[in-house]
Design a protein. Sequence first.
Length: 573
Amino acid sequence: MSEKKLSANEYIKTRSNYLRGTIAEGLADLSTGSMCEDDQQLLKFHGTYQQDDRDIRPNRRKHKLEKAYSFMIRIRVPGGVATSQQWLETDRIATQFANGTIKLTTRQAFQFHGIIKTNLKRSIAEINQAAMDTIAACGDVNRNVMCNPNPHLSSVHAQALKAAQDISTHLTPQTRAYHEIWLDGEKVESSEEDFEPIYGKTYLPRKFKITVAVPPSNDVDIYANCLSFIAIVENGELVGYDVAVGGGMGSTHGNEETYPRIADVIGFCDPAQVVDVAEKVVMVQRDFGDRTDRKHSRFKYTVDDHGPDWILAKLNEYLGYDLQPVRPFVFEDNGDRYGWVEDTNGNSHLTLFIAGGRVLDTPSYPLRTGLREIAKIHDGDFRLTANQNLIIANISPAKRPEIEKLLEQYGIKDSHLKSALRLNSLACVSLPTCGLALAEAERYLPDLLTDLEGSLEENGLRHDAITIRMTGCPNGCARPFIAEIGFVGRGPSAYNVYLGGGFAGQRLSKLYRENVPAASIKPLLAPILTHYAKERNDGERFGDFCIRTGYVAKTIQGPDFHLNIKPEALAKA
Ligand code: SRM
Ligand code: SF4
């Protein structure tokens, strides 16, 4: 049998000389605002994507102008923790080089949009001067490692955060190309001098994602990640971590070989083994992931192709010891805990709702200015959540009155006094910057929520938490396939509607209606919300209700995501 051809990206990586390609030369070429195609792929490993403003594409085309190229930069923030100084620098760079907004991502990172090529190098250099980096924020490597961001959970949280940061450091690519290109580091003469001890010359077959969670909160959505560590606490002490593998969201409309998948929990490890386990799981994917078809190259497919038992056996072999049996844990939800909490040290923490994770000023809501003024005096830190929200964390008793005053002055104080549906909502960036978007998300979901809030009020559901997520395409950047209500862009102003995800992100949803025009979403959902208000069982979650009452069938695992099976209630009828 002939060997399948490797995917084009594998050749790009191989000949890139550890991610150098011709990036330096491309940056120096002022005849165009874009970079050549190979370098666009390599730039991702350095944390930046070439994009163009899709809102003005038709006009530029009409006038025979080059697309309005610019770059998105993603800053890694392991565990989501940033100092006040880093916040201030991020804020400054957003004004000086980007489009004046800071985007808090669904993986606890910062993003800038709209940076033109001539400002790219300086932006990345200044990010590094602020003790942050962008390497491996994107690309076929381990990405920003997420961690439950609640510092008031004391020593267990601190240990989990340390684990996330250690994993992040350990799995950061070693190539000196990053320093060479962006930070004017010393040039390496030959590729022999560079090496990647974990990844090798061709890195991973595809992106790889890791989280550390502290139950009962699943706010980092472990079931949607390639690898997760779930903190197990016994008698108030962290005793180790359960290990989950093979989650992921991305899929392609019309291609049933692609599907979202819920991670399997396969074992338990001691706290001291976490970094080793992460390294060896990455190596299993490096060696056994599919490098011929990028639509089949995520770790979730490696897990399904070989089975979780095989993955565990291979992992044990790579480790040289066996993972221990899984220990019990319970997740209650995957949302954020809004408002003020105080910890045993007397420090306070305030979780703010940030719509779409977009920190910007509007005439009626000067959020970015308010946060800047707070950062100037804040002696604690900022924590980005995986739900695109922000915690002003570790506020000392001495600073709290001043910070409260600023929150009041800039209208931020009541950011969380919203319907529970809105507080549990997520939307990906989508248009106008995302080149893959088929429909609006960040710019449309707030209006849709306003529409739906009418139905919530009528049905007395304003304070009932229901997870609702929208993405502009099926890549699933806001993890819509584990929401109780998910909208996935199908075409301009049309969405596939999914129902039945688990409230703690533990179960996939199922397609309820395809290609629904935006204007028809409220009429479609309002009767279901009324039905839920009237006939739900005590404490029954919306996703569970949709399955019990037959709106959709339960999806057990990724490969049956597309199965058009009859909902249980209808099958019985
Ligand atoms: Fe994502 C690609 C934005 C989290 C699955 N994602 C993209 C790109 C870079 C579009 C592109 O390739 O040209 C988007 C840039 C839009 C823009 O203009 O900024 C993009 N993804 C985002 C962010 C910013 C969404 C947000 O609103 O917060 C998130 C950045 C996270 C970070 O800080 O690292 C983001 N992306 C996710 C998640 C959620 C997660 O990781 O928990 C997923 C689903 C989980 C998963 O990976 O399975 C996700 N993004 C994808 C995929 C589908 C991958 C696949 O398995 O097929 C793509 C497309 C691709 O890789 O080919 C993608
Ligand atoms: Fe872009 Fe699709 Fe991701 Fe949204 S889900 S940011 S539209 S790739």
